[in-house]
Design a binder for this molecule. Structure first.
Ligand code: NAD
Length: 456
């Protein structure tokens, strides 16, 4: 089915009202969970084949987290769907006010390759919960996972309701030329700009989940052992191909050498002598991507640990790189791989200025035992979201809306935020017909005085 036909059919379904009732939405979410259960092993196998993702990691970051999202939505959906009564000012005496969340219509969801299951299905959960139809365009760089997603979703959903359209830039471009009612895009900043431009042509509301350079700061009062372990885990999971992975490390000069020693220890402990063979470490998505990362290693001034690569096998060793400056090539773009540049600072203001020399990041991590330091960073640095004394985990709670700010994205989802994101909030004033206050009318004698006293 081509993109135009798919959209027209879904518009027809949406207009029929089929997707609106609570029971229908609930049933579709349960079907989605069931099909995931049926294909759980196949999903884990495919991710292992395609990205060498360890199964436990895949379960945690792709499958389990999506079950959690469905469970949470099922638990709260009925309440979220209810019109919300809000207060009405005294100037509107006699009337009441409600906000009705209503589905937009047909949503387009464009997903990247790095968490190809989760990043296609998590937005879909929001779209279904809010009562929309949806077309999902997974990434062409993980074709087996994309094909599996298509197989799974077409087994439980009619194409006229939820369809998967596979393909690369050409298909994406074709879809973006159409008039959807909502676009949800996850991917890189440059493509995010293309998506926003396409959305602007139809004035389609758009959510952009993008990337960028997410800093990690380690202050001198930090618990260095835990900082080292949690940074190593956050950076090297999925071989650094995580939108919110620590991109670079800013560490207080006085604790740098101790932190590095501990990080080396944890790389060894978590990934062993040969991470590729240990079955605990993902591959780089393509040889082309591996070559880009290998280029950073070739130009390094000082590799503290790691540095081995085999681009034909899409392998880059977990690598710590010291003596990095703001002008180095790997500081000019999002690294998106298992290389961590390390920059020492003397004063926190220096670290903050360094972060300010980049666009607003998607995530920030601060390891500190000093409340003033924590307050300073939270007050002075704008970022999408993050953790104090940890990495990554803020993404995995349905109570924290997840998204970027500035060039790292627009809009946030997960939990209720997903439902809100795929809903238009329709505000309605219900007026009484029992009486009609004359003050607003131009022939009212008391009007002008009364309005001034009510609206001062
Ligand atoms: P990408 O932008 O290259 O591709 C994402 C999607 O857009 C794919 O489906 C692709 O087919 C499509 N696409 C690519 N070029 C296009 C074009 N010119 N016109 C229209 N569509 C196009 O991103 P990627 O390489 O798949 O993913 C990596 C990027 O995504 C990183 O920057 C990462 O930080 C970001 N990311 C963000 C999040 C988040 O939640 N904020 C999550 C994962 C990844």
């Amino acid at each position: 089915m081509n993109a135009t036909t798919a959209l027209e059919r879904q518009q027809h379904t949406f207009r029929s009202g089929l997707t609106r009732p609570y029971e229908y939405r609930r049933e579709q979410l349960m079907k989605l969970k069931q099909v995931m259960k049926n294909y759980e092993d196949e999903m884990l196998d495919t991710l292992e084949t395609e990205l060498r993702k360890p199964k436990t990691e895949s379960y945690m970051t792709e499958v389990g987290v999506t079950y959690e999202e469905i469970n949470f939505t099922l638990k709260h959906l009925h309440r979220w769907m209810k019109p919300k009564k809000v207060r009405t000012p005294v100037s509107h005496f006699g009337s009441s006010s409600r906000i009705y969340p209503e589905p937009y219509g047909v949503a387009l969801i464009i997903a990247p390759w790095n968490y190809p299951i989760q990043l296609a299905l998590a937005p879909l959960i929001g779209a279904i919960a809010a009562g929309n139809c949806a077309i999902v365009k997974p990434s062409e760089l993980t074709p087996r996972t994309s094909a599996l997603l298509k197989k799974m979703l077409s087994e439980v959903f009619d194409d006229d309701y939820v369809a998967v359209i596979e393909g690369g830039v050409d298909v994406s471009t074709e879809l973006l030329a159409l008039r959807f009612d909502k676009i949800f895009f996850t991917g890189s900043v440059p493509v995010g700009k293309i998506v926003m431009e396409a959305a602007a042509k139809h004035l389609t509301p758009v959510t952009l989940e993008l990337g960028g350079k997410s800093p990690t700061i380690v202050g001198r009062d930090a618990n260095l052992d835990l900082a080292a372990k949690r940074i190593v885990w956050g950076k090297f999971s999925n071989a650094g191909q995580t939108c919110i992975a620590p991109d670079y490390l800013l560490v207080h000069q006085s604790v740098k050498s101790e932190l590095l020693t501990k990080m080396e220890h944890y790389i060894q402990e978590l990934y062993g002598d040969n991470p590729r063979e240990a079955g605990r470490y993902a591959s780089i998505v393509t040889e082309r991507h591996a070559k880009r990362l290998a280029g950073f290693i070739d130009n390094a001034k000082h590799i503290v640990r790691g540095g081995k690569y085999d681009t034909a096998d899409r392998y880059i060793e977990p690598t710590l790189m010291d003596e990095v400056t703001r002008d180095d090539a790997l500081m000019q773009e999002e690294i998106f791989g298992p290389i961590l540049p390390i920059i020492a600072y003397e004063d926190l203001s220096e670290a903050i200025s360094f972060i300010h020399s980049f666009e607003k990041p998607l995530a920030l991590y601060l390891f500190s035992g000093n409340q003033r330091e924590i307050d300073t960073v939270l007050e002075q640095v704008s970022f999408g979201g993050g953790c104090i004394n940890d990495t990554i985990l803020h993404i995995a709670t349905p109570y924290l809306p997840f998204g970027g700010v500035g060039q790292s994205g627009a809009g946030a989802y997960h939990g209720k935020a997903s439902f809100d994101l795929f809903s238009h909030q329709k505000s309605v004033l219900h007026q009484t017909v029992k009486y009609d206050l004359p003050a607003r009318y131009p022939n009212s004698k008391l009007g002008a005085k009364m309005i001034r006293s009510l609206m001062k």
